[in-house]
Design a protein. Sequence first.
Length: 337
Amino acid sequence: MEKHAFNKPAEKWLLIEREDTHNYTAAENIPDEYLQLIMPYAGAYFYRDDDCDMLTQHIKVGEFSIFGHDIFARQYFILRPYTSQHILALHYMHDDTIHAMIDHMGPFRLSEKEVNLFSLHADFHTAALDVGQRITSFHINVKPAMLPALVAKFPALQPLTLESTEHLNGPVNKQPYQINFVGSLLLSKLLSCRYVGMQAECYLYRCCVDLYQNFAIQYAQSLQEPAHLPDSQIALMHRVLEYIKTHIPERFTSKELAVRFNIPEVLLRTAFEQVFATPADDFILQQRMMTAYDLLLQTRSSLNSIAYRTGYRNRLALTVEFEKYYGYDPIAIRNAQ
């Protein structure tokens, strides 16, 4: 790393949780190369000086605060992430690797394509960025006090309550997890969301829930004796996942998938969840619901037609599942402004 021996490096704040949503940067004050990165429903904060560019995107949906950071270093400088209150931050590192210093813990490596859940209190932390370094990171925050209500609605989040975070200032998980295929798919859907208003809030809220659930299952797995799957089974699970993605109009369950792939149902269930931190039936539902949502808002197709194209017998069956998954009637979402 190229450090400056004689000049003290500049220090820059990075607010990783904030309430001043009325102070977003006007679009005309954001350079075009950054403006094109901003999601339509996000507010943005942009800062530029001789040391760096910093773009922060922010969206509040229900209990979650979504933040994305794109940072480019013109000079070697010290980034000082800060939150004014205790938060849980589900953090995804997209590009590059940085070495952070977490207050009361010490050094922590944030590597590309890794995910961590941080319990962060109102302290400053630090990370050094080298000349020419560009990082892209993304995190979803929730206040710990809101976690019990979330678990009540989404029981798959229960593993996140196994360890108290009241005095923990650092990662909840002992080792970083690789962003698995399902997590990467959800991130892509979230970051490419072009919806606004209630249509965006509903869609993004469910993405946040599913990302937290994906992490919760990885966390639960880490507390158990590790299961070592042979490469042949891992490859087979990727084939199963690809089949699900490309056969949305067909009606099938994980039990029927096991028959199609000529493997025991219990093996398909356990291996799929081990590889992707998502039960196979949950992934089937997730893909059908996301497809239905996009068809609902991007086409003028009838509900019966959308039901047929997403593996449901009729509009009633689709509506029942849609309401359970998103919490809203599909027609209400279509008509929302």
